[in-house]
Design a protein around this ligand. Sequence first.
Ligand code: WTA
Length: 670
Amino acid sequence: MASRSAKSGAATSADTSDRISSVLQEHRAFAPPASFRARAHVSSARQLASLRAEAEADPVAFWQERAKELAWFRPWKKVLDWKHPHARWFVGGTTNASVNCLDRHLGGWRRTKAALIWEGEMGEVRTMTYQQLHGQVCKAANALLKLGVQRGDVVAIYMGMVPETVIAMLACARIGATHNVIFGGFSSEAVRERINDSGAVVLITQDAAVRRGSIVELKSAADVAVKKCPSIRHMLVLSRCGVQVTMKRGRDLWWHDVVDGASPVNEPAQLDSEHPLFILYTSGSTGKPKGILHTTGGYLTQVAYTTRMVFDLQEDDVYFCTADVGWITGHSYVVYGPLMNGATVMIYEGVPNYPAPDRMWDIVERHAVSVFYTAPTAIRSFMKAGQAWPERHDLSSLRLLGTVGEPINPEAWMWYHSVIGKGRCPIVDTWWQTETGAIMISPLPGATTTRPGTATVPLPGIVADVVRKDGTSCGPNEGGLLVIKHPWPSMLRTIHGNDERYKAAYWSEFPKGRRHPGWYFTGDGARRDRYGNIWIIGRVDDVVNVSGHRLGTAEIESALVSDPRVAEAAVVARPDDIKGNALVAFVTVKVGVKASGALAESLRQHVGKEIGPIAKPDEIRFTDALPKTRSGKIMRRLLREIVTSGSATGDVTTLEDSGVLERLRSIEEE
Ligand code: WTA
C-alpha cells in the first residue's frame, strides 16, 4: 500500500552529459502486500538482504549455486573464465537447453501439466502438456537432423506466435543448432540481411500469420528474402492458414510432411556450456543490426533463476508474457525461463486489441492468468482505450504484474497498479537488454518496496553502477551512465562475426586501464535516487525506443537514402504519449524531386519494405539542408531539440531560416 501518496515533485539533477536531462522525483512507495509475501520465494527485505550479501561476498560462487539447479550431463571444471571482455561460464560443463525445459519435468507429475496454452487470434485454443511438447520437439529435432542440420549450424526461424515456433526453437537447441529467430513483422530485406549475416542453412517459416483479423504472408516474403541467401538449403513451412504458397521442389518442405511422421524419440546432444544457443539481431547506433550471440549454460542459469525469483513462479501459476518470440523477452521469458521452471505458459497469437481493446483482459479471465508481463507502450494504449474495458472482466486471478522495454511513466504504473492489479498485485519493473540476456535490475515482488517508474536495484549477483564519464560513481540524483562492473552468466559473448564491434560497442567507453578493470557500458543514461533506486533516463546513443522496440536511427536513415529520390536523411525521436517515442525523419531530396505529402507517404512505405512497419517514421519533414558540424556530421542533437521543444513545431521554416542555419554553422564539432 502507498506509504505516502504525495504528488511527484520536480527535482534537478546534475548532468554529466548534455543528453541526460533531469527527471521527476517520485515519492509514492509500495511495500509488498502481506498476502503476497505469505507464499513468496523471497518474502522479506531481510531475506533479500542476506541473498545480496551472499552474492556480494562472492558473485562467482553465488552463480555457481544457481547453476546447480539446472540439469547437467557433466559438471563444470571452472565457474568463470574471464579474459576481458570475453567470459566463459561453467567451463567444461555439458548441458542441453531442451532437456532443461522438457525432459527434466517428465519424471514426475509435471509430465501431464500444461506447458503451453495457446490462443489463436481467431479464438482457437490448443493446450500442450510437457509430455506432448517434448514429443513434438523430439519429432522436429529428428526432422532437422534428417534435413542435414548439424551441431553448430544456424537455423533461421521467421514465424508468428504459434506453438510450432517454440517447438522449432527447442528442436534447434536439442540438436545443438543455433537458432536465429527473425521477428515475423520484418520485411524480406531485413530477413535476408539476418540470414546472410548468420549464415543460416535452414529457414523455418509458415504459409502466413494471422494479425488483426487478416493474413500476413510470410512464405512469400521468405521466398523473396532467400533469393539472395546462398547459405539456405531448405525451407520448412508450417501450414497455419491454409493459404496457397509456392513450394520450390527439393528446397521447400511442409512441416506436416517431415515433422509429423518423424520419431518422437530423440537423444539430446550433450553440448558444451559455451555452445551457441542463439543469435538474435538487435539495433545498434550504426546502420547494421548486431547479431547478439548467447551461449548455453550461463544463459540458462540466469534466465531460470530470474524467472523464478522476479515472477515468484509458483506451481499453479498461469504465466503470460505478451512479448513476441522475435525479441529477447520472448526468448528468455516466454520460452526458456518459464519452461525451465515447469510453468504453464500462456501464448497469444495476435494483436492485443483485436477484436476489441479488452482482448488481454478476456484472456486473463478465461485462462485465469496469474502473472502478466507486458510493456509500457501496451499499458499506455490500454489506458487510452479506457478502464471500462478491463472493468468488464474478472481479473481476480492476477497476483503479479510486470513491465519491460522502456521506462514506465508513473501515471501508467499507477493505472496498471490500480485498474489492473486492483492495488493487490506487486509490479515488477524489469530492466535488461538483448545483450544482458536476462533481467538485471528489478524488484523481487515479495521483498522490495517499489516506486512507480524505477526498476529499483540490481538483482543479487549483478554489479551495476551509475558513473560519470571518468568512471567515478555519481552522487544521489546525479545523471550518469549505467554500467555493469562484473561479468554475469547470461551476458552476450560477442557480436556474431564481428568481435571488434563487440569490443567497440560495449567495452570502449570504460576500457580496461589503471582507473578500473574495464566495464560493460549499457548505452543507457540513469540516476540513482537517495534510496539507491536506479531510474533509467534513456539511451545516450543513436538508438531509440519505439513501443518498447529498439531501433537504430542509422538503420532507418540508410533505408531512407536507399530511395533514389532522397539525398540525405536524419532520424530523431520525439516523445509520444503511447509509443514512448515517435520517429521524425528530416529528409532532403535530390535536385528535381518535388517534396510532397505523396512522397512522404511513399518514403514511409519504403522504410516499411526495407525494415518492417515498426520502423516507419511517424512524420517526415522535408528540408533543404540538415544541420551539420564543420566536418559534415549531422547534428541530431539539434534536430532532437527542434522536434521536442515547441519552438520549431511541425514545419521546415525554422530550418530554412538563415538565422538558425547561421547559428548551426557556427557550432564547432563536438
Ligand atoms: C530499455 C529489452 C527502462 C533500455 C529487454 C535498454 C528499459 C533497452 C527497461 C533494451 C526498463 C528495457 N526501464 N528502460 N524496465 N527495460 N529498457 O534490447 O534503454 O529490446 O537499454 O531489451 O530498453 O532493449 P532490448
